[in-house]
Design a protein around this ligand. Sequence first.
Ligand SMILES: Cc1ncc(COP(=O)(O)O)c(C=O)c1O
Length: 382
Amino acid sequence: MVYLDNAATSFPKPEEVYVEMDAFMRKVCANPGRSSHEMARASAAVVMRAREGIAKLFNIENPLHVGFTCNATMALNMAIHGVLKKGDHVITTAMDHNSVLRPLYELKKKGIIDYTVIMPKNQFGAIELSSFTKAVRTNTKLIATTLSSNVTGMVLPYKEIGEIAKKRGILYLLDCSQGAGVLPIDVNNMNISMLAFPGHKALMGPQGTGGLYVNEAVALRSIIQGGTGSRSFETVQPDFMPDIIESGTLNTPGLAGLNAGVEFILKTGTDAIYKKKKSLLERLYEGLAVNKRIKLYSTIEGYMNSGIIALLIDGLDSSEAANILDSKYNIAVRPGFHCAPLAHKALGTCKTGLVRLSLGCFNTPDEIQYTIKSINEIAAHK
Ligand SMILES: Cc1ncc(COP(=O)(O)O)c(C=O)c1O
C-alpha cells in the first residue's frame, strides 16, 4: 500500500521504534517512578530519556518541564482548561483542530471565556499576522493556534505570533501536531509558553503517546488528579511539572518507541526531513496542478507547507475519491473534514470534504509518481 495518511499517524516507523518497544516489553516493563527495584529504575530511565529527547528537539532547558499524555488532544485540554479563568479572552484561528476549538467552545458555553477566531485570507488557509494584533483585547490571556493546518498543510507564522504574544504579555500555546519533527521549533526563541505534541505523527512514536511542555512562567492547574508517586500524603495534586499532568501509569512501552523516533529525528535532522518531504511535495503538486479537473487547496508557492496536498477531483465527493484510491489503486488517504470544521467552512468544502494526501519521511519518488498517475486517471474517467 502507498501510505499517504501520515498527518493522522505516521507509517512506517523507523526500525528502531519497533525494536525498542519490543525490548521494553520483554525486559523492562515495570512501572516508572513508583518502586526503586532494578526494573522500575530501568523503566524510569526510559521515560527520562524520552523527556530529554523531546527537550533537545524543542530546545527546552529543563526536561522535567515535559509531561507525557496519551495524545495531543489531552495535552491541549490540559493546557487550555489549566490556564483559563473567568473573564479571559482567547485568540485562535479557523485553521485549528477541534482539539483546540472544542475546549474553547465548552468554556464559552459555560460563560467562562470569550474567544476570537481569525479567518484565513485565501483558499489555502493562510493567516495574516496583523489579524492577531488586531484581535488582542485587554483581557486576552492566551493565543492558541496550530503550527500548520492539518487540512491544507499551510504553516502559520508561528515565530512571529510568539513575538506578538511576548510583547503583549499573552500566553502562547502552540499545537505542533502537524509539523513537529519536520519544522524547527525552539520554545525559547519562539516565546512558546506551552507546546502540545502528539508522539504518533512525525515524531515517529506509536499511538497512545503525546505530551505537553509548560514553561516556568505558566501557573497551570491540574485537570486530572491522581497518583503520581510523589507527595502521596498530600490531598492536592503536586503543582510542579511533570507530576501536575502525569497522574496514573504512563504508556512506558509507547515512550520507549517515542524516544527511538525522536532519536531518529535528532540523528537525521529536521532540516533534512523537511527538504526530503518538500521535494516529494513539489513533485506531487506539479503532477496534479496541471490537471484542470483537479482543484488543489494546498500550495507550495510562496508559503511553507508541512507536507500535505488537499484536493478535489471534479464531480467526485472526497469519500468516493478516497474509496477508489484505496480499492482500485491501494493508496491510503483521508477524505472528509479532518476534525477541522471551521477550516472547511472557510475553504467552502463543507459539502464535499477534501481528499488529503499527507506525506511521511519514508515515502519515495516512485510512490509519488504512481499517486499522480492514479489521481489523473481517476479524474480522466469522471
Ligand atoms: C492540528 C492537530 N491538532 C491536534 C490533533 C489531535 O492529535 P491527537 O490525535 O494526537 O490527539 C491533530 C490530529 O490529527 C491535528 O492534526
